[in-house]
Ligand binder design. Sequence first.
Ligand code: NAD
Length: 453
Amino acid sequence: MKITIIGTGYVGLVTGVCISEFGFDVTCVDNDAAKIADLKNNICPIYEPGVEQMLRTNSSAQRLHFTTDIASATVGADVVFIAVGTPSSKNGREVDLSFLFGAVKEITPQLKNGAVVIIKCTAVAGTAAKVREMIAKARPKLDFSVVSNPEFLREGSAVEDFMRPDRVVIGAHDSRGREVAEQIYRPLKLQSTPIRLTSLEDAELAKYASNAFLAMKVTFINEIADLCEKTGANVMEVADIMGLDERIGDRFLRAGPGFGGSCFPKDSRALAAFARSVGAPQSLVETTVEVNERRKTEMARRVLTALGKSARGKTVALLGVTFKPDTDDVREAPALTIIDALLAAGATVRAFDPQARRDAEEPLKKVNWCKDPYEAAQGAHAVVIATEWNVLRALDLDRLREAVANPLMIDLRNVHRRKEPARHGFKYISIGRSVAEANQALEHGRELRVVSG
Ligand code: NAD
């Protein structure tokens, strides 16, 4: 079976390397020539654990190829996966399907009889049906199938998620599309992965509903964290107890500065806008989007307030810029809102992130990028932890204390045990763990005191 994948971003590349690992012949296409040049040299353009190794193995086994030439890559292909981006539209609300429809237009002239087009992109219900219409209109005599096969991988553990998913969803309108997709995922079926065969629309909607639900879960615990701060409760204890209930589960119950990334924000907004447009508004999802936006701003305000009357002339060490650890992705990361607010208030930002620098340095030119947390902390009036990278859990707090000008730590991910930074001389503010901490932080930078551990 000859398989072509359009788009070599987080999803397309991981799909490509993993499917070639199953033994199929895979050609990955991208219109970003620099990306393809890197991939041809076995250089992975994204930071994603495990990808580079599989890239090397399968390229040298001649099963995995890269090109910018979409026409030649799709001639004779049995299966064409489309994994291009589906970002937010210009107004930031609806999903922008122009890359997806653009790719469909580019592949249509070459599709052979019997070809199966598999949509990996996250796209609203009705998109796959529209793709069918587009192809049928351009090639009325072509016999082809369209499948919706949404991807559920998480950045940072994408290979593991692809190879051991909770489920594979195959939405199809005919048996050929369904059977071809099932054949590709057979190695996963053999390891007892649940494979759900369903309609195009069920598959499309299940993806959005899953992301929106998880975004809502994160937002729920963030609001509970606010309540903990008012009542003296500890959100980590509350979340732990909630998570022991199998009906709830303990994942996505970590309070923090709000969700970010390339999926939850844009997919929640897209679902809300789409649902409204078809007359079935999703008020929980709409509220989740609003609350999360507010939270990011509120976290920036928390940092500014802790800095005192004015942030002008002060230096902040921002540790962690990506939206979560083990990725280089900074799209809609809460750290960006905090950086913007600090710069607007006249502060200097010294940032450290193990992976973000390569992509974030250019857009975040006003930030001083540092090689490690200690360099970032030099002369800082506050240290802010915005991403829970492991390297930030194991900080040498004595060394950090020596570097800073003012020992104030604002831990937006509850990376540290409350007593630990205090033991090393830091005033410590965290999330949802103490009414005293929160109140004092909000009282215009008055001296902070850690009340309990
Ligand atoms: P991405 O932006 O990282 O990559 C998309 C790639 O497609 C880019 O390299 C771009 O150059 C390429 N591209 C765009 N148009 C093209 C064309 N006409 N021909 C060739 N290449 C083209 O996107 P991503 O994060 O991999 O997301 C892809 C899809 O998967 C989206 O719908 C997204 O919502 C969904 N998704 C993403 C994740 C994730 O964690 N990133 C998880 C699940 C689902």
